[in-house]
Each structure stands twice: as structure tokens, then as C-alpha cells.
Design a protein around this ligand. Structure first.
Ligand SMILES: Cc1cc2nc3c(=O)[nH]c(=O)nc-3n(C[C@H](O)[C@H](O)[C@H](O)COP(=O)(O)OP(=O)(O)OC[C@H]3O[C@@H](n4cnc5c(N)ncnc54)[C@H](O)[C@@H]3O)c2cc1C
Length: 322
């Protein structure tokens, strides 16, 4: 049983000293872009680094801890998230400022779109791709978000964060061992910001690049829908959407979940999908694509949290690879 109020009690004196919002049993379906899933046992929104430190130092070691950005790449299962979930506040972690020539320091909850806009205002190139990604910088750093041939890892100089003990840490880019939509995020570290570097570029050129990004998004992606973006990673040399299409899964529906008819690697919630429907749909697609092409798709959307009792979903494992 979730007991968010009990977790607040376990923070002791710190609970009354924290300045950020502590909310027990928060509905994650209001937070994630897919608009589905169970509650977080205790959500904490630190106002600034001191607040985050106080919280982490007070949090008992046996309480699970997770961090979310703006939830644009998350599928929270219907049984919800146990323990404490940190979501940085825009007030303390949403700023961007110059940090030397073509360098920007940005807070980890800065929307990618704001970073692209800030870079354009400063005449710094290399960030226009972020204009079309609806996540935050923290999520981009953890996912190695990318689009239009550029990934955030190409812009990172170093990352700032806080570990479970409340100590500040600096992570050089190399330590993240970035790959395609993958990163070696140090265990228990919450990113608080990063130093990013671009290159000098005419503002008018950047504006055109951003406009091209916007146009592309609006014409090929279901951006008005409840979605988590690309459901699966592109396998080496292949497009996930093409494999899904060829396996006959464009528009496939399970309960209220559907593979978008517009962009069939985007999963959408038609209004009343449970996380169960969404994950079941994803596993069905993985199975059908494998049976059709022999290629096993890997989830890009992060699935987190617990299943509801009796509603577990088993990951598709091909018999011939067993
Ligand atoms: C319409 C749409 C289009 C999209 N297009 C793209 C695209 O073109 N390219 C692309 O790469 N992605 C795309 N995405 C997916 C998503 O926007 C990115 O993965 C984004 O980087 C996730 O950021 P977030 O803040 O939403 O993170 P969340 O979804 O909240 O979290 C994602 C992961 O990041 C971790 N995380 C978040 N913040 C922190 C932090 N401060 N410290 C440590 N870890 C953290 C979380 O623990 C989680 O594991 C799209 C999504 C949608 C809905």
C-alpha cells in the first residue's frame, strides 16, 4: 500500500523546513504526456539546490527515489511509483544564462524549446533541433535526446547534479558514455543543470532552422495527441516506423491505446487508455514486427513503476532467441 503521508512523517523535522511542494499520492496521469498511469507515492518539487539537498539528506536510505522531467518519454504503470519522486521546479532549475563564448548554462528543467530560443537570441548555433523536442534538459541529458541529425551529447561540456547523499557532483561528458538514445546516468544522481556549447551562427539562419523544425513536426507527427514520442528506437540501419507499418501495425488499437495512423512509431492514448493498454500494445507490436521481419524492437519510451495486481505484462521474448 502507498503511504505518502507516512513518508512525509519519515522525513522528520526536515518536512517542515522544506520550501518546495511535497505532495503525497500524486496522480501521474496528470503529469505524463501519455496521460495514463498510477500515482507517485510522494512527489517533491524542490525550489532550489538547498531545498533538494535538505530533502535528500532527510530521505531514509530504504525509500526508493526516482526523478522525472516533464514526462514526455515516460509510461508510468497503473500501480504507480513507490517511494519519492523528484520533479525540479522551474523557479530554481529553469534558467538559461551565458557562460562564455557560445556557452550556455541551463537548469535541468529548462524546456528544450526555451534553450533553442535562448541560443537563437544569443546567435549560438547547434540548438535548433531542440526546438521540436517537448522535454526538459534533464530528460534530454538522460536520454541523449536528438532530432534532425543532432543529439544533445554533441553540445554537452559537463553536467551538474546531486547524488543521493545530497552532495553536488560534476559529470564530464565522457563519463556519460553517450550512445543512440542511451547514456550512463550515474546511479542515484539527479541532474540539476549542464554547461552546453554551440557555435557562432547568424540569428536569421537559426530562425529558419527552427521554423523548418516546427514545420516538420506539425506535418509528420501527431503533436496534438497524448503521446510519448517515438515508442521504439530505430534498429541499426532501419526505421522503426517502417518495420511497424510493414508488420501491419499502423493504427493498431488495444483498449484506448493506438499506434498513430499518422506516424506509426508514435503510440497515442485515445482518451481512456490505461498504462496496461499502452504497454500491451507495445509488446504486441514488438511480437508482430519480430514475426514479420526477424527484428526485435527496443523500447525508447521509459516504462517505470509497478503493475496493478494481476495485470502484469510479460516482455515479448522470441522463442528462437530464448
Ligand atoms: C510529441 C513528442 C515528440 C518527441 N520527439 C522527440 C525527438 O525528436 N527526439 C527525442 O530524442 N525525443 C523525443 N521525444 C521524447 C522526449 O521528449 C525526450 O526523450 C525528452 O528528452 C524527455 O525529457 P523529459 O523531461 O520529458 O523526461 P521524462 O520523460 O520525464 O524522463 C525521461 C528519463 O529522463 C530521466 N530524467 C529526467 N530528468 C532528469 C534529471 N533532472 N536528472 C536525471 N534524470 C532525469 C528520467 O528519470 C527518465 O528516465 C518526443 C516526445 C513527444 C511527446
Amino acid at each position: 500500500m502507498f503511504d505518502g503521508k507516512g513518508l512525509i512523517d519519515r522525513l522528520g523535522k526536515a518536512a517542515s523546513e522544506l520550501r518546495g511542494r511535497l505532495v503525497p499520492n500524486t496522480a501521474m496521469e496528470r503529469v505524463t504526456w501519455l496521460r495514463a498511469g498510477g500515482p507517485a507515492e510522494l512527489l517533491f518539487q524542490p525550489l532550489d539546490e538547498d531545498d533538494l539537498r535538505l530533502f535528500l539528506r532527510a530521505l531514509p536510505a530504504d525509500v526508493p527515489l526516482s526523478v522525472i522531467g516533464v514526462g514526455s518519454n515516460l509510461l508510468v504503470r497503473d500501480g504507480g511509483l513507490s517511494g519519492a519522486v523528484v520533479r525540479l521546479s522551474a523557479k530554481g532549475f529553469g534558467q538559461q544564462e551565458m557562460a562564455g563564448e557560445n556557452r550556455i548554462i541551463a537548469g535541468a528543467i529548462s524546456p528544450d524549446k526555451h534553450i533553442a530560443g535562448f541560443a537563437m537570441d544569443q546567435g549560438i548555433g547547434g540548438f535548433a533541433f531542440m526546438y521540436g523536442i517537448p522535454g526538459s534538459l534533464g530528460g534530454a541529458l538522460a536520454m541523449n535526446a536528438g532530432a534532425h541529425g543532432t543529439e544533445i551529447s554533441e553540445r554537452v561540456v559537463e553536467i551538474y547534479g546531486m547524488n543521493r547523499k545530497g552532495e553536488t557532483v560534476t559529470i564530464p561528458r565522457e563519463a556519460m558514455r553517450y550512445g543512440y538514445r542511451s547514456a550512463a546516468v550515474p546511479k542515484g544522481v539527479i541532474f540539476t543543470g549542464a554547461l552546453l556549447e554551440g557555435f557562432a551562427r547568424e540569428r536569421s539562419v537559426i530562425r529558419d532552422e527552427m521554423e523548418a523544425v516546427r514545420h516538420h513536426r506539425e506535418t509528420v507527427q501527431p503533436v496534438q495527441e497524448k503521446t510519448g514520442g517515438s515508442t521504439f528506437k530505430n534498429p541499426d540501419g532501419q526505421s522503426a516506423w517502417r518495420l511497424i507499418d510493414e508488420a501491419g501495425c499502423r493504427g493498431l488499437m488495444i483498449g484506448g491505446a493506438q499506434m498513430s495512423p499518422m506516424h506509426c512509431n508514435f503510440m497515442i492514448n485515445r482518451g481512456n487508455a490505461s498504462a496496461y493498454d499502452l504497454e500491451y500494445l507495445g509488446e504486441t507490436v514488438r511480437e508482430r514486427v519480430y514475426n514479420h521481419s526477424g527484428i526485435l524492437l527496443e523500447w525508447e519510451i521509459r516504462r517505470v513503476g509497478r503493475f496493478l495486481a494481476g495485470r502484469d505484462i510479460y516482455e515479448f521474448v522470441p522463442q528462437d532467441l530464448d
